[in-house]
Design a protein around this ligand. Sequence first.
Ligand code: EPZ
Length: 417
Amino acid sequence: MQQLKINGGHRLVGEIRASGAKNATLPILAASLLTADDLVLHNVPDLADVRTMLKLLAGMGVKVQRAGTDVTLNASTVTSTIAPYDLVKTMRASVLTLCPLVARFGSADVSLPGGCAIGARPVDQHIRGLRQLGAKVEIDHGYVRATSSRLTGAHIVTDMVTVTGTENLVMAAVLADGCTVIENAAREPEVVDLCNCLSAMGARIQGAGTPVLYIEGVKQLHGAEHTVIADRIEAGSFFVASVVTQGDVLVTHCQPGHMEVVLDKLRRCGAQLDIGNDWVRVRMDGRPQPVSIRTVPHPGFPTDMQAQFMTLNCLATGTAHITETIFENRFMHVPELLRLGAHITIEGHTAIVEGVPELTGATIMATDLRASASLVIAALAAQGSSTVDRIYHLDRGYERMEDKLRQLGADIVRVDD
Ligand code: EPZ
């Protein structure tokens, strides 16, 4: 396994470019299954999860060509509608192939993802909605086995806001016979990006970005060319790194309109923000003021930025409360932050963070994707050297994070342990 060796205490100063959004790329890659024509994508990030999805699709017979951040997919020669456990267990977003497979080929055998570090993360909403659209769905030996001669439109109300649940059900409804309404739909920018790509492919979708989606099914979808939106969570992670190192970081090729709540929290902690139409500059002098957080579905504060803001609050000039309402176990970065000298106590779904003047380096272990980002950020701010273990978690969602951080003046190297 690989580690990151970090000598903290250096201000981050400079300019980096945001990559394409992981959580927009994954559903859009799955959408290639919905047509026999080429789907040409731009701004696709080079991430472990993206490579896993491409491997999964290629295993089904999808032709994949990749050149840098450009990817062309063609599903005219799909030979298998199975998403095997050995791939699904490494990336739960594989479940996003379930509905496109049923919608276009009438069948899908997709392994249940199994447990995840941050929570049980069931897919019952995906299954219930697919049944409402007329599919026969059974759970058999750990696989979701779904069949349908032709899906028919339905009125679906999900029990909670689910990002990939909404995305999966949209990808079923676009080829269903008749109209579908999805209420309680997720409004994340990544869901909107998928809907925009599907519309470019000929789908008829109204209401993207609102809680109610109206989809009029069509007979088939055609190819399209689409540029994936910027990764708002990657950008946000670098903004927090600038704040905790009292730095001056400019992130280009990002979309400020997708992260208004995060930018507002950065202002409230005392950061100085300059914002353009596709760039944001974050400067910080001195320690941040505490900013309390409550994670909720978009457009509220994103759960994927919770761990990073916990690190920010570890160095704040007061006490902050961080409440996680989306996942039941997304505080695993807390014990690792305590090793760096943070003062955090957990009461149910709320972490009480008392800021300290400084953290000190130690060996810490990543447990999940965003927790690993929060630990790298903390190590950058800590005095002395740190080692971050199990950084394969980081590689799932950050493209060459240490390279971008070195570009900003960080003293960080990747080593094999
Ligand atoms: C997506 O996960 C993201 N992943 C997650 O990002 C993100 O944290 C999450 O949405 C919330 O914003 C991708 O888009 C690939 P949910 P998803 O379904 O869709 C419960 C990252 O770090 N639920 O919106 O799996 C679920 O357990 C990752 O990039 C059900 O109970 O999340 C959770 O408590 C981590 N049954 C809540 O809903 C279901 O059928 C929201 O989950 C579906 C969800």
